[in-house]
Design a protein around this ligand. Structure first.
Ligand code: GLU
Length: 541
């Protein structure tokens, strides 16, 4: 046997093993599955509220990429912005991923050797590296107060200019570039509030590469001196994010397009700290159904569908936003929907299990353009997953809903009912509307149908029908149907003349599955009872 080891341009390790015994052997496949590569990706949400479905998609793509490449998927919580911190949001994120089956290998709840995985617990690292940047001159203290900056902003507005804290102006502002080192020391010693900014060197054309968008060029003159450290002693997203990506040995940063404008600064920071940057892939935006604008958290239930994976109760206002889970989506369907929001396999196949997604996923099939969310298609996906369930599985899922309606039904009956109405629903909760008449007799009759279908002669016909059904020893759907058909022919009655009032008596309207299938499940006694009641009630009207 020989084993060789290669590293491809994605930084991915390949073990090549050959023996006669192993060739074409399944255990080789297993070996690949078990061997972790140095592909490490992270999902790094900020706990500023419930996770939006676009956020879950980011997590999913990272997860698929990690699994496909036998890499590691990390969940890191980016909670440096204390002003925007929302109670319960971290738990919500963990629970959402859990519901979707997106399982982190390392992270806040999974643990791991690169922790802590919550940025608020990693302050010492950020302090260390911001010091390095100050020492090398790539960062500087800025003492400008928010009032001073506001004033400059307003003055700029008056002459039609946007105030930018950058190389053109920083020499004239209240910072350690302009002030003497002694003066800076005085100020910091006196506890004067400051921020630390990155010092962008203008005039360079930065060449960036994105795995989805290709090569990008940015002139550093257009960049501003972003804040790395805030006056509250916490790092900003930019600093914490790149420090952690480096220390956690992240190989690929896969995140939303909204972070693309931050890429030049991140690349500059890597360079200043003399670190190799990871590879980047910025995913397309998820758009509203009409394609106009990003699907945002604020859309809530406004558009008639949830934007959150799980129901969310705002801890401040108590306001509830609906979730896919509570709406009745299967997690497998939700994952499938998200996978197709920006990726496609290049084939006709639309239904993908998580395993199949892992198998087929690749970043080169992620599209550049924003992906419109189609709520109708989402329903369709759920329906497909519902159809994959057996009648027994569906019955198990339906039982709690029946209980809720006060129905204690025999499981065998529920299984039969599910078999009859399953094609008519997209969600388990819709089963009740399609099948309640199996569990209780109608209490009223649709008056429109009564008017149209219950004629003067109908009670006589229904009474004869009762006699005919009474005499059937075999109350199966096929036998009853044949008997009724033969009888209507003999009596020269139109089928509609019989079947419409018959259905009205059984379900109270003109809906439901095949009538003879319904009565076969109800049984002779219940069917006759309903016919008798309809004759009584409707003839009296
Ligand atoms: N904390 C950022 C967010 O909330 C993470 C962005 C990134 O992945 O770099 O989306």
């Amino acid at each position: 046997m020989w084993v060789s080891y290669t590293n491809d341009q994605n930084g991915q390790n390949h073990f090549n093993i050959k023996t006669k015994v192993f060739e074409n052997c399944l255990s080789l496949h297993k070996f690949f599955i078990m061997t972790k590569t140095n592909i490490r990706v992270r999902f790094a949400p900020s706990p500023t509220g419930p996770l939006h479905m676009g956020g879950v998609r980011t997590a999913l793509y990272n997860y698929l990429f990690a699994r496909k490449n036998n890499g590691t998927f990390i969940l890191r919580i980016e909670d440096t912005d204390q002003k925007r911190f929302v109670r319960g949001a971290e738990n919500y994120i963990v629970e959402s991923l859990n519901w979707c089956g997106i399982e982190p290998d390392e992270g806040v709840s999974a643990g791991g050797s690169y922790g802590p995985y919550r940025q608020s617990e990693r302050k010492e690292y950020y302090v260390k590296y911001v010091k390095d940047l100050l020492e090398s001159g790539d960062a500087y203290y800025a003492f400008d107060t928010s009032e001073e900056l506001d004033k400059l902003r307003k003055e700029g507005e008056k002459i039609g200019q946007i105030f930018t804290y950058n190389a053109q102006i920083r020499d004239s502002l209240n910072n350690s570039i302009r002030l003497s080192p002694d003066r800076v020391k005085e100020k910091t010693d006196a506890g004067e509030p400051y921020v630390i900014r990155y010092k962008v060197k203008p005039g360079e054309i930065l060449k960036l590469h994105d795995l989805i968008r290709g090569d990008i060029e940015v002139d550093t003159t257009t960049l501003d001196d972003k804040i790395l450290f805030k006056s509250d002693g916490m790092p900003t997203y930019h600093l914490a994010n790149i420090v952690d990506d480096h220390l956690m040995e992240i190989s690929h940063v896969i995140r939303g397009e909204e972070w693309l404008p931050s890429l030049p600064l991140h690349i500059l920071l890597y360079r200043s700290l003399k670190w190799n940057p990871p590879q980047f892939a910025h995913m397309p935006l998820t758009l509203k159904p009409d394609g106009k604008g990003k699907l945002s958290k604020r859309d809530g239930d406004r558009l008639g569908f949830p934007v959150f994976p799980l129901e969310w109760k705002n801890p401040e206002t108590g306001e509830i936003s609906s979730g896919y889970r509570e709406t009745g989506y299967f997690p497998e369907a939700f994952v499938n929907i998200l996978a197709f929001l920006g990726w496609n396999p290049g084939t006709e196949q639309e239904i993908f299990s998580m395993e199949e997604l892992i198998e087929s996923f690749s970043l080169d099939r992620v599209v550049k353009a924003g992906s419109r969310f189609d709520p109708e298609k989402a329903r369709w996906f759920n329906q497909q997953y519902l159809r994959m369930k057996s009648d027994v599985e569906l019955a198990g899922l339906f039982l709690p809903y029946l209980k809720n309606e006060g129905v204690e039904a025999d499981k065998e009956l529920v299984v039969k009912v599910c078999g009859l109405v399953r094609e008519r629903v997209s969600f388990v909760k819709e089963l009740w509307d399609q099948s309640w008449f199996f569990f209780k007799a109608p209490e009223e009759y649709d008056q429109k149908v009564v008017k149209k279908r219950w004629k003067e002669k109908t009670p006589v016909i229904m009474n004869e029908l009762i006699k005919l059904l009474e005499s059937q020893d075999d109350f199966s759907s096929e036998n009853c149907e044949q008997a009724v058909k033969d009888w209507t022919e003999k009596k020269q009655l139109g089928l509609g003349q019989v079947l419409s009032p018959f259905r009205l008596a059984v379900v109270g309207g003109s809906f439901g599955p095949h009538l003879f299938d319904i009565i076969a499940v109800l049984g002779k006694e219940e069917t006759l009872k309903r016919l008798e009641k309809a004759i009584k009630v409707l003839s009296a009207e």
